[in-house]
Design a protein around this ligand. Sequence first.
Ligand code: FAD
Length: 283
Amino acid sequence: MSASEHPSGISFEFFPPNTEAGREKLKGVRDQLAALEPEFFSVTYGAGGSTRERTFNTVQSVSASGICTAPHLSCVGSDRGELREILAQYREQGVKRLVALRGDLPSGMGSRSELRYANELVEFVREETGDHFEIAVAAYPECHPQADNYHSDLENFARKMQAGADIAITQYFFNADAYFHFVERARAAGIQQPIIPGIMPITNYTRLARFSDSCGADIPRWLRRQLESYGDDSESLQAFGTEVISRMSQRLLDGGAPGLHFYTLNQAEPCLKVLENLGISSR
Ligand code: FAD
């Protein structure tokens, strides 16, 4: 793809930093990525409201770049009143997009959720705020780890799209066929909205393996073994990771993916390298 075919669907996800140094660093990352004119930035949210203020402040800081910024909002561990307050706060702040999730409460944290699933949150946001927000929801090409089976997970996915979601962003994966299969099944189930693949740049094998196990993202054996073999040689690991992710991203775009959503982990370089390989750089 050449830079002139810049896809409109590039977006970047950040987490709310919890130190002053992290906040300063994120401003630099924001500016580097804003130069690519992405469609939006998004900022994660700790289920149960654990990052409520930090997410709010990060949304303010990130949106100062002029790029539309979508806070994530999860419903577990919060009651309707609390969610209503958060929505009002975001409306006041001029936020126009949301990523609506169920979330996962840390173990041991009791739940006082009134809304149990993301479809109920999407319904709630639509009831409370009409069409004000463009709503994104999560999708799982390799199946959500708690789902009974692939079929019921797809039905549950359809339920949240029908509740009023505008787009879906997938969990990351390393197998483009899982994405294509999922999109095909979703279209057969009548889901028309764009499904944006979530892209996780590979920078650290230990962290990636731990996180992938918990969120149900499969690292194929060939990739796992190759990454393991780099040991402490993070430079070679990252170079190989960039090659793998660039190749997969190109395949996704060639196969019709409407964009790419990068899990940045608050780092610009790994995303920029992949995008450069795709011929996408700042204009
Ligand atoms: P749901 O869509 O509610 O699905 C959860 C499970 O319940 C699935 O197994 C589904 O099959 C089942 N289910 C759904 N609806 C029903 C129903 N009506 N009846 C019965 N079963 C049902 N987590 C955070 O804490 N903060 C974040 O900021 C965050 N951002 C994310 C962004 C993206 C793009 C993605 C992909 C994930 C993100 N997550 C985040 C993780 C997410 O919160 C977890 O994966 C969580 O376990 C599920 O959230 P969900 O919105 O997909 O849930």
